[in-house]
Design a protein around this ligand. Structure first.
Ligand SMILES: C[S@@+](CC[C@H](N)C(=O)[O-])C[C@H]1O[C@@H](n2cnc3c(N)ncnc32)[C@H](O)[C@@H]1O
Length: 313
């Protein structure tokens, strides 16, 4: 049984639905990603689509693994180094090894994590595996409705927006089309966060792969519940308007604060995902009027290039 509430004229599913409501007619990004990571929570339609993606772009499996490793290092940084005690993880995915709250709570057991995903299958698994300790919750919500996420009672139960908070958008923004205005979405979170808060994101790019492989792989996502919108370094860097990128800036995910020896150039050439973390600056900030996926400005300027460059220390 599905219950609904409306936000801004849209209908949003809420808990109470049953797994039989899960759509098995089209591939879902969460289930494809789970397949790349070796998970079992997928259907025939997902497996066929995932194999088609992997035939066109075999590197996708390594990308998913490196993205997952980035997620975990980034959480260790936010909790261990930046002192963050509350996180909102939007685009949670089907639970896999090293979920956000597990990584965070190894460092600080009182860290609170609000998970948000728009896929019912994620909700079903997350309810079973990720919540129940009073420090975590899962909300069935859509990134394209940031105000509804920020106002959601279960998010508010865990997250105190008067204190620094980290919003994680890991491998999700590439499912948001330009005309859905990702810059506006991020600005809504930016405005709700106090200074000292963080935005962490990773995002797929076509910067490292042949055009034919990219177009075959993205064609598969055109049949899925969300298209794959790959973006370049500059455009992804623009999502950090109002945030100061911490070192090493926006880089291919294996290069973001590696804890082991980072991959060599041949391995690195396979990883078409950028990742970065930004800290909300204290000074006032406004989005450029030409939003879309265009530039975001800080005091009317583009984010400094130096902030986007690779880490060389
Ligand atoms: C590739 S998975 C990433 C999972 C996890 N963040 C990670 O990086 O390991 C992307 C997730 O985003 C979710 N997603 C895609 N579009 C979304 C939207 N508009 N609102 C909320 N979740 C969305 C999918 O259901 C999926 O679970």
């Amino acid at each position: 049984m599905i219950s609904y509430f409306t936000t801004g004229g849209r209908v949003t599913m809420q808990p109470g639905f049953s797994p039989s409501e899960i759509d098995t007619s089209r591939p879902h990004p969460a289930r494809l990603y789970s397949y790349y990571l070796g998970g079992k929570d997928n259907y025939m339609v997902d497996r066929e689509a995932a194999m088609e993606v992997l035939r066109a772009a075999p590197d996708v499996r390594a990308m998913a693994q490196e993205n997952r490793a980035f997620l975990q290092r980034m959480v260790r940084f936010l909790v261990g180094k930046a002192g963050i005690r509350q996180l909102i993880d939007i685009g949670t995915g089907i639970p896999a090894a090293g979920n956000v709250h597990e990584v965070a709570q190894q460092i600080a057991p009182d860290v609170r994590v609000a998970y948000v995903d728009n896929d019912p299958i994620v909700h079903v698994h997350a309810c079973a595996l990720l919540t129940g300790d009073g420090y975590t919750s899962i909300v069935l919500g859509d990134l394209r409705e940031p105000e509804a996420i920020i106002a959601h009672p279960r998010v508010r139960e865990l997250i105190d927006f008067s204190q620094p908070v980290a919003v994680l958008l890991v491998a999700i923004l590439h499912f948001i089309k330009d005309d859905e205005n990702p810059v506006r979405i991020i600005a809504a979170f930016h405005d709700a966060m106090p200074p000292g808060s963080y935005l962490a994101l990773s995002h797929g790019t076509a910067d490292f792969h042949a055009e034919a492989a990219v177009s075959q792989a993205t064609a598969v996502y055109d049949r899925a519940t969300a298209p794959l919108v790959l973006r370049g370094h500059e455009q992804i860097g623009g999502f950090f308007g109002g945030f100061d990128l911490v070192e090493p800036g926006l880089v291919q995910v294996p290069l973001w604060r590696p804890e082991l020896k980072p991959p060599g150039s041949r391995e690195l050439a396979k990883i078409g995902i950028y990742g970065g973390v930004g800290r909300k600056a204290a000074a006032p900030w406004r989005a450029s009027p030409s939003v879309g996926c265009g530039r975001v400005t800080q005091h009317g300027e583009a984010p400094p290039r130096a902030h986007l460059a690779g880490w060389r220390s």
